[in-house]
Design a protein around this ligand. Structure first.
Ligand SMILES: Cc1cc2nc3c(=O)[nH]c(=O)nc-3n(C[C@H](O)[C@H](O)[C@H](O)COP(=O)(O)OP(=O)(O)OC[C@H]3O[C@@H](n4cnc5c(N)ncnc54)[C@H](O)[C@@H]3O)c2cc1C
Length: 583
């Protein structure tokens, strides 16, 4: 496994961080006129001691945090990832035992104060905008995907911070911020996976007014906790009637000590990530927020953050696979030359490189879209503005709509492409790639789950398609976004050609009357949406660089557009011809 600092030894990530990301916009959105630093001056609250007080300080704070994450992960965790995978987890009567190297790496991360990055500083977290959180998760998962899951679970306190009562926040969030509790998210049941609105774990109040949960949850990551730390399990359960659908579901806090982990799954990958079967038997629980909002508001909110996190996880694993393939191709000789110089291999590597750049563009744009509405909503709420007024805020409305498209879009695109990259990384390694001697086989097994959990690709497409169609109407927000972004740099002819075919695709799709044919073609529309947006983002990022990097990125974007034109033309034919059959 390539080691080193995973923040600094990644050129594309560095270009994004140093030059492409508009930090002023992000810092202004997140830091709320540097309110934490102001508060520190007044109160001397230790938790705010590192709060930045200027844009430059904020960038430096984010950078030094990512540098430390890159160092611990790339130098301490990555060299032991293969060993951890081989040892795996052990299950003993409800308890899960983690491999020692994993516990040591987690201790190093917690001791270095790098967890949790998603919690506000006043509760003991690092306080990071979503875009920095995404980069952190990418770096962690490049080191090890299962470790990425553990880190993601330690960050779950943010859901309590967002939706819990002040009492729950004070009770749980600081302890989770100190790393004393892990987190877990319990939605899936044996008979209800994608079909969450119908799940059946039952929640009732006992004679003392205490909520109690009964039922079985399946595939729950870290429900067992981590090492000696138990988890706060955020559980979706039914307070309404069995047939009441989504509106009958509420959201609860349950502790590991109050459930029984009846087994852990034996999986093809992520051998160090515990996937638990969980039995709730009259388990005491605390209701979060309002009854009936469990799925429609809180779990959806939690899942949106988690979807970005899984996109970042696949970004990290895809990056690891690409880097390993590139290294191998620069060392392996066949027919008297390095295989990196053989056109077929060169072509695979070039395609991987541009997809990695595109994946990172959409990951960061999706994160940006969340940063540009979420914190503003928070800040306006703290100023005393009521919900109705906040809903009318133009900036919040625009970026929230884009975030609700970009989140599933990036999750679908990055996890699918991360899988293809891992597949090709094995191809480039030849027979050696199929052995356990090289890291690519482990990465290939690990990345395979990313387009399944947190909602399969098919469910991400369902989540995107309505937004694409509504967004591309003459006054739609996606059209407005594309028009605005394409006006800030001189778009190339190829990119404009992709846009033209995309418009034809949306028109042809909306003309199909048969809803089941339309549903079956939604993937083609969503794929085309991802490609036009990524192409635009690649060119926009080139415009922010200077030569020679600018020319290199423009050339990469040109190649990406060629792939896009071929893919969109094919999608257009499928939509037009299948649409005709339906008519
Ligand atoms: C390693 C691992 C970790 C996990 N961690 C967690 C966790 O921490 N918490 C948690 O709650 N869950 C977790 N899960 C569960 C995971 O989120 C589900 O497996 C996933 O959502 C899919 O559900 P399912 O497995 O029941 O598949 P199903 O829902 O049965 O889907 C089967 C197939 O049908 C397709 N399909 C189903 N419905 C539709 C539809 N309406 N439109 C189009 N296609 C559809 C799916 O795309 C898929 O291809 C985890 C799973 C694994 C394997």
């Amino acid at each position: 496994m390539i080691t080193g600092n995973y923040f600094t030894n990644n050129e594309d990530l560095q270009d994004q961080f140093q030059t492409i990301i508009d930090w002023k916009e992000i810092v202004e959105a997140y830091e709320n006129n540097f309110a934490d630093a102001e508060e520190y001056k007044k109160s001397g609250n230790d938790k705010l001691a590192f709060a930045p007080s200027s844009i430059e300080e904020a960038i430096e704070y984010y950078k030094s945090t990512l540098f430390s994450v890159g160092d611990v992960i790339g130098k301490q965790l990555a060299p032991r990832s293969a060993e951890m995978d081989k040892i795996g987890l052990k299950y003993d009567n409800g308890k899960v035992i983690f491999p020692k190297p994993m516990e040591e790496a987690m201790k190093a991360v917690i001791d270095a104060g790098l967890l949790p990055y998603s919690i506000a500083r006043k509760y003991g977290g690092l306080g990071m905008p979503v875009i920095v959180q995404a980069l952190a998760m990418e770096i962690v998962s490049r080191g090890d995907g299962a470790f990425g899951n553990a880190v993601g679970c330690f960050n779950l306190a943010e859901t309590i911070e967002k939706y819990g009562s002040q009492e729950q926040i004070d009770k749980y969030v600081p302890l989770m911020a100190e790393g004393k509790f892990c987190g877990a998210m319990a939605l899936t049941e044996p008979d209800y996976g994608s079909d969450l609105p119908n799940l059946q774990t039952k929640a009732v109040k006992d004679a003392n007014g205490q909520w109690r949960l009964t039922g079985t949850k399946r595939f729950i990551t870290h429900a067992c906790g981590f090492g000696d730390k138990q988890s706060i399990i955020l559980t979706l359960a039914r307070t309404g009637t069995p047939t009441g659908g989504a509106r009958g579901l509420s959201f609860f806090i349950v502790k590991t000590e109050d459930i029984f982990v009846s087994s852990i799954e034996k999986k093809m990958g992520l051998h160090c990530s515990p996937t638990c079967e969980v039995v709730y038997d009259n388990s005491p629980a605390e209701l979060i927020g309002v009854e009936g909002y469990g799925l429609v508001k809180y779990s959806m909110g939690m899942m949106n953050t988690a979807r970005l996190s899984i996109a970042a996880q696949a970004m990290g694993m895809g990056t690891a696979a690409y880097m390993e393939a590139k290294k191998y191709a620069s060392e392996r000789k066949q027919f008297g030359k390095l295989i990196q110089d053989i056109p077929a291999v060169k072509k695979m590597l070039a395609s991987m490189e541009r997809e990695i750049a595109a994946m990172r563009c959409i990951l960061l744009e999706a994160s940006r879209s969340v940063d540009l509405y979420l914190w503003r909503e928070d800040h306006l709420k703290h100023k005393g503005m009521d919900d109705k007024e906040i809903r009318r805020d133009e900036q919040i409305r625009f970026w929230e709509k884009l975030a609700s498209l970009f989140t599933p879009l990036s999750k679908y695109y990055i996890t699918e492409t991360g899988n293809s990259i891992a597949y090709n990384a094995i191809q480039i390694h030849g027979g050696s790639g199929y052995t356990e001697d090289y890291d690519v086989s482990r990465i290939f097994r690990d990345v395979r789950i990313t387009n399944i959990y947190e909602g399969t690709t098919q469910l991400q497409v369902v989540a995107c398609i309505g937004s694409v169609v509504a967004g591309m109407t003459p006054t739609g927000y996606l059209r407005a976004y594309l028009d605005k972004e394409l006006s800030v740099f001189a778009a190339t002819e190829r990119l404009l050609r992709v846009r033209k075919i995309f418009e034809q695709i949306v028109t042809a799709f909306t003309e199909i009357k048969d809803s089941s044919i339309r549903d079956s073609l939604a993937f083609e529309v969503v794929e085309s949406t991802a490609r036009i947006i990524n192409g635009m983002l690649l060119e926009r990022s080139a415009a922010r660089l200077s030569d020679p990097k600018k020319s290199v990125r423009l050339a990469l974007a040109a190649e990406y557009h060629i792939d896009s034109i071929a893919s969109l033309e094919s999608n257009l034919i499928k939509i037009q011809e299948r649409g005709k059959v339906a008519a």
